[in-house]
Design a protein around this ligand. Structure first.
Ligand code: HEM
Length: 408
């Protein structure tokens, strides 16, 4: 008798050659709320269909971000307590109290005012790349974009950006030995996260001491009222860590994966060169096709049912965006990359309460980046194999060696 081996969609190794799209497709048809074992701790329900991911996201009191955090692996208690200070892992009503004061700074009209400054930063980064000709596109080009934009938003000194960026890499890619933390901070939590929070607390103290502080997000947060009180040091440190980690890796991934995908579709790349007004549509499709985060987790707070599957209180429920974005009941030819796709209701930024605060910013960075990139370079030639990060969370590249041909 032969036994059919259950597919393993947890192991980071399953993602090294690219997401297991065929397995997700099969499961969406046969077992869309799929039980997945995890070595050494409780397994989880992998939610693979678009409608079910939306259902989970829209019921934050049944599917809590707070009670177990948003990552599959259970955290040590002290680390979980710390994570609860992040918007990402708060439940209503506390989540609303923290999100409401900062949300206006991230509205599309406010973010749009940054276009000129973002364009200048991108131009400088791409001019440096043009000088070098052959670059490691992830670290030497795309990673610099969110790091500098974040520095600008928060008012950080330029000299500190490299250090903050390296800590962010260690934080978001901890499944990959390449990015192991080796710094001075110790504790039950993640060392890189602690070191970054300590930096932020120090930075906030310096800012509080200023007579005439600059008008940036740091000043805005420190002066804001969060349900009757200002943000304390620990909360500010944690908020800072969250902003860096949420924005850095994801944006860099969107830009580097976007270029690779466009190179795999030369006709569509040519179309964008001929008509850059198609870029916003192309950015949405890059987001759908190459979503930078595979999933976020919730924990059931009560016994419930999802599309006919019984879920018990306390069980982990994982919204697999990578699968939902290719759900054939929502997207025609879901495995095809198509810059004309419209509508494009991808779930790359999540949906509902926790919908990405930085979505407008990420979209603006992507449009400006590709406008400037295509205007500057006439050709892109891989200078070696692209290497992925080993992770079931980050759908990211570690290295993309590339030779760039400037237009003139
Ligand atoms: C392509 C880039 C990005 C992607 C794919 C992305 C993805 C996401 C996703 C999926 C969520 C929802 C999590 C959930 O439902 O649990 C989220 C939340 C969040 N993102 Fe982003 N993000 C990106 C860029 C950014 C940037 C640039 C920033 C800030 C500068 C940012 C800040 C945040 C914050 C603060 C949250 C938490 C919101 C909340 O819980 O209320 N993100 N992001």
């Amino acid at each position: 008798m032969t036994t059919v081996q259950a597919p393993d969609i947890y192991s980071p190794d399953a993602y090294v050659e690219g997401p297991p799209h065929e397995v997700f497709t099969e499961l969406r048809h046969t077992d869309p709320v799929h039980w997945q074992e995890v070595p050494g701790e409780p397994g989880y329900w992998a939610v693979l269909r678009h409608a079910d991911v939306v259902e989970v996201a829209k019921h934050p009191l049944i599917y809590s971000a707070q009670s177990g955090g948003v990552i599959i692996e259970n955290m040590p208690p002290a680390q979980l307590e710390n994570a609860k200070l992040m918007l990402l892992s708060m439940d209503p009503p506390r989540h609303t109290h923290y999100r409401r004061p900062v949300a206006p700074r991230f509205r599309s009209k406010v973010i749009a005012q940054m276009e000129g400054r973002i364009r200048a930063m991108v131009a400088e980064i791409l001019d440096e790349a043009a000088e070098a000709r052959t670059v490691e596109f992830v670290q030497e080009v795309t990673a610099k974009v969110p790091a500098r934009v974040f520095g600008e938003i928060m008012g950080l000194p330029d000299d500190d950006l490299g250090h903050i960026h390296r800590l962010a890499e260690q934080l978001t890619s901890s499944q990959d030995p390449e990015f192991a933390y080796e710094g001075p901070a110790e504790g039950e939590g993640n060392g890189a996260s602690l070191e970054m929070a300590m930096y932020a607390i120090n930075f906030a103290n310096e800012r509080r001491a200023m007579d005439d502080p600059p008008d940036d997000l740091t000043t805005f947060i420190l002066n804001s009222d969060f349900h009757g009180a200002p943000m304390d040091d620990i909360s500010f440190g944690t908020f800072f860590v969250q902003m860096v980690t949420a924005g850095n890796d994801t944006t860099k991934t969107m830009l580097s994966a976007g270029l690779l995908t466009l190179l795999e579709h030369p006709d569509q790349l040519a179309e964008l060169r001929a008509d850059p007004s198609r870029l916003p549509g192309a950015v949405e499709e890059v987001l759908r096709y190459d979503n930078p985060l595979h999933y976020f987790r919730r924990t059931a707070t009560e016994d419930t049912e999802l599309s006919g599957t019984r879920i018990e209180a306390g069980q982990k429920v994982v919204m697999v965006y990578t699968s939902a974005n290719r759900d054939e009941t929502v997207f025609d030819r879901p495995q095809d990359f198509d810059i004309h796709r419209n509508p494009n209701p991808h779930l790359t930024f999540g949906i509902a309460e926790h919908f990405c605060l930085g979505a407008h910013l990420a979209r603006l960075e992507a449009r400006v980046f590709f406008e400037e990139l295509l205007a500057r370079f006439s050709a892109f030639e891989p200078a070696g194999p692209a290497v992925r990060v080993r992770s079931n969370l980050n759908n990211a590249y570690r290295a993309v060696p590339m030779t760039l041909t400037p237009r003139h």
